[in-house]
Write a protein that binds this ligand. Structure first.
Ligand code: SF4
Length: 302
């Protein structure tokens, strides 16, 4: 399967070993991570990266990006898996003009490396010509149908993301949907609806409850008056602190996730839980959908 750990790369400038902010519950197998941009213009209120990265919502390109990634790609072990991106969207607004992601994917076509693209944007369709030449999985995150304008004010609508999945699926590009984050009192029911809509077009679904930070809790409570005080009670008073994040308690996480798991299994699709730490629910093929790079399409993985 993966050979990306078969030797320590010499020196890396932008492509780094994936580090999920030291989350003790991350079940991701080793991979590399690349962010062409620092910060993100999608403006998601729930974003956890904003608590680590200064001026997070003022996105800017990484300096000397092409020169640095070209060198990094040469220093990676053969067949490395690169996750693009984990703390910004590679297809956010700047990409329309600057095209760092496109340039990177172009470089990647000359290598043996594989890529998992994580995005909320239909701009990924611009690069279909490259995707068809790459070992790639495209993972689209969807959180809401109704609240995009408030919750993710800079990101494309649900309809545009659904249409993206349909096109990728038709072009036989392996797809994953992340239903993430599931926020109590806001989208718990809506994610079931989303699941029904997307499931014909995806091979794998990743589920994740909202992992709160103090800044993201404030932003969401301020934007949704009916949640004022409610989320802080659930997370700060009744929840659990795991690493740098506040979690719902285990029972609430299970109650939130299990209806979705049952629904996914009824469609005979595979799923994984992201950083939930719930015993008995570890997906053995790699939670991020990397198995789709190696497993023939249509294989039953449930
Ligand atoms: S798309 Fe991702 S990185 Fe960008 S603001 Fe939203 S959650 Fe944060």
């Amino acid at each position: 399967m993966e050979e990306h750990n078969s030797g320590k790369p010499k020196s890396l400038s932008l492509i780094k070993p994936f580090d999920p902010w030291q989350s003790p519950l991350c079940t991701c197998l080793p991979k590399y991570s690349l962010n062409p941009y620092t910060g993100c213009s999608h403006g998601c209120l729930y974003c956890y990266a904003s608590s680590f990265i200064p001026r997070f919502y003022e996105a800017r390109p990484k300096g000397e990006f092409i020169k640095r990634v070209t060198k990094d790609l040469k220093n990676l072990p053969e067949n490395s898996l690169i996750s693009l991106s984990n703390s910004s969207d590679p297809y956010q607004h700047l990409e329309e003009k600057i095209k760092l992601t496109r340039e990177f994917l172009t470089l990647l076509t000359e290598t043996s490396h594989k890529v998992i693209i994580l995005t909320k944007s239909d701009l990924v369709l611009r690069d279909l010509d490259l995707l068809e030449r790459l070992k790639v999985v495209v993972s689209i995150t969807i959180t809401t149908i109704r609240w995009t304008n408030i919750l993710e004010r800079g990101a494309p609508s649900f309809e545009r993301r659904l249409n993206t999945l349909k096109i990728l699926h038709k072009r036989k590009i392996p797809t994953v949907v992340r239903l993430d984050p599931i926020i109590p009192g806001l989208n718990e029911r809506e994610v079931l609806e989303i699941l029904e809509e997307v499931i014909p077009y995806v091979e794998h679904i990743v589920l994740s409850t909202f992992k709160a930070k103090k800044d993201s809790l404030d932003r969401i409570e301020n934007a949704f008056p009916h949640l004022k005080g409610y989320l802080k009670k659930l997370y700060l008073a009744e929840g659990e602190k795991r690493g740098w994040s506040f979690y719902l308690n285990q029972e609430k996480r299970k109650n939130s996730l299990m209806p979705l798991v049952e629904k996914i299994l009824s469609y005979n699709k595979s799923y994984s839980l992201c950083r939930e730490g719930l015993e008995g629910y570890t997906f053995r093929y790699g939670c991020d959908g990397r198995f789709l790079l190696d497993v023939p399409r249509g294989t039953n993985l449930s």
